[in-house]
Design a protein around this ligand. Structure first.
Ligand code: NAD
Length: 487
């Protein structure tokens, strides 16, 4: 069966008749097509989500939890199949996509449980005859808009809390990786029709009508800063709830006591995982001067030793970049840095052994500074630009010298540095000796232009809940402070 969109519990081919050609970034071949949904499809999807919202909101939380556990179960059972498809359309090594399936299932389990155990709180009332409550309520229809780098995980981070909180959802995957998400029609099919709808399409023709639909009450978006700004501008007149997870330029500070046996592969993994296409990829490295020569030599050798190839092959460490224009952005930044005096120690080119595929070599460079785009703009590629520092003050100032503030990393066992790092660095996630791990129970999101709101944790559930303060006077008598005054 061709890939189809999914509205009100039914497959559909979309009203536009146009399709998205989905390419394998390792071979540049077209794998398959997905419907390019348009405003008419979005209208149907939002109508279905809106119609079913009151019943879904009222459904007891325990029953919602059972259904979310079933999503996790089905996802776990189909890990291999979905991870394979995701590798073909998204390029990441298969092992990373299997991990992504595991984390996504865990996220559904986490929200199944916390969703059923929290409804708000009772607070002390101002009068003896009153009961005062803070109630958490779903908003209504949520638009979940997802990028291509972790399509299933970032879908789970939005859909699981949104549904657990009692909202209904219209989900739009990226046009680069729609196929694996469209398979989820089968994984969600036990949910009541309309509770979740999936429309594949382009940003302009599908994403914009979705965010502009007045019945959509929350936009939960992960993607680039430019698209986040565009969405915020579009919907400003509607004052709807925006939850934006945007770009990053994460710093990694390596202190002089770092064990290079650990720090070299750790920094390389944080920078090169998914070919550097992680929102929290390390994109700037600051090494203390006294250990810099050894660190730089070793990380250049290490980067050179990694095996590039199609993600579907088990011995591939690093797959391709998602597409041509994304690779060109990396190439432009590296070329500009080179012109400005950067020294490329390894990489800095397309690997000559591949005739096809959007591959780019892991690239280690020095002689860089913050005037260069490679140190100030998001690269989203396998680059490791390294600067040295003398004092820890300097390292913290460099880490904070960015418009972004998504995550930051540190290698040290010096507790004084650790405390300064987590108190002074302006970022939503701070990793000390533990690059890039996630924890469903802990919030994830950015400072500054990396976005607003948090995913995961209790904060991630609250993003999908409105807050009501209920004052209930059960005696209901006349109040002495009413009119007339002066008596
Ligand atoms: P993108 O902004 O191009 O696209 C993201 C999604 O938005 C896609 O589904 C796309 O179709 C849709 N879209 C595009 N234009 C739109 C519009 N005008 N209206 C509505 N929807 C629109 O981003 P991308 O290239 O897919 O993803 C890479 C970016 O995502 C990077 O900047 C990365 O840092 C960021 N990202 C952030 C996080 C995080 O948690 N902060 C996680 C992963 C990726």
């Amino acid at each position: 069966m061709p890939y189809q969109i999914w509205i009100n519990g039914k497959h559909a081919s979309g009203t536009s008749g146009s399709v998205i050609e989905v390419r394998n970034p390792a071979t540049e071949e077209i794998i398959d097509t997905a419907p390019a949904a348009n405003a008419a499809d979005v209208d149907l999807a939002v109508s279905a989500a809106q119609a079913t919202f009151p019943a879904w909101k009222r459904l007891p939380a325990g029953q919602k939890a059972e259904m979310l556990h079933e999503v996790a179960q089905k996802l776990s059972e189909r890990t291999d199949e979905i991870a394979r498809l995701l590798t073909l359309e998204g390029g990441k090594p298969l092992i990373e996509n299997k991990d992504e399936m595991g984390w996504s299932a865990a996220c559904f389990r986490y929200y199944a449980e916390i969703g059923r155990s929290s409804r708000g709180r009772v607070i002390p009332s101002v009068e003896e005859s009153q009961l005062a409550m803070v109630l958490k309520e779903p908003y209504g229809v949520v638009a979940a808009i997802v990028p291509w780098n972790y399509p299933i995980l970032l879908m789970a981070w939005k859909v699981a809390p949104a549904l657990a909180a009692g909202n209904t959802v219209v989900l739009k995957p990226s046009e680069m990786t729609p196929l694996s998400t469209l398979l989820f029609a089968e994984i969600f099919e036990h949910l009541p029709p309309g509770v979740i709808n999936i429309v594949s399409g382009y940003g302009k023709d599908c994403g914009e009508p979705l965010v502009l639909d007045r019945r959509v009450r929350v936009i939960a978006f992960t993607g680039s800063l430019a698209t986040g700004q565009r969405i915020a501008q579009l919907v400003a007149p509607q004052m709807k709830k925006l939850h934006l997870e945007l770009g990053g330029k994460d710093a990694f500070i390596v202190a002089e006591d770092a064990d290079l046996e650990v720090a070299v592969p750790g920094v390389a993994w944080a920078a090169l995982l998914n070919a550097g296409q992680v929102c929290t990829s390390t994109e700037r490295v600051y090494v203390q001067e006294s250990i810099a020569p050894q660190f730089i030599d070793r990380i250049a050798d290490y980067a050179k030793s990694l095996r590039l190839g199609p993600g579907i092959e088990p011995e591939t460490d690093m797959g391709p970049i998602i597409g041509q224009r994304y690779r060109e952005k990396i190439e432009d930044q590296v070329a500009a840095a080179r012109t400005q005096g950067a020294q490329i120690l390894t990489g800095g080119r397309r690997p000559p052994q591949f005739e096809r595929g959007y591959f780019y070599e892991p690239t280690v460079m020095t002689n860089v500074d913050h005037s260069m785009a490679i140190m100030s703009e998001e690269t989203f590629g396998p680059t490791i630009p390294i600067m040295t520092y003398q004092t820890f003050d300097e390292a913290i100032a460099l880490a904070n010298d960015s418009k972004y503030g998504l995550g930051a990393n540190l290698y040290t066992h010096d507790p004084v540095k650790v405390k300064r790092f987590f108190e002074e660095v302006e970022a939503g996630t701070l990793w000390i000796n533990d690059p890039l791990t996630d924890n469903d129970a802990g919030p994830f999101g950015g400072f500054k232009m990396s976005g607003m709101g948090r995913e995961l944790g209790e904060e991630g559930l609250d993003e999908f809940r409105e807050t009501k303060h209920v004052h209930w006077d059960f005696e209901g008598g006349k109040k002495p402070w009413w009119y007339p005054y002066g008596k």
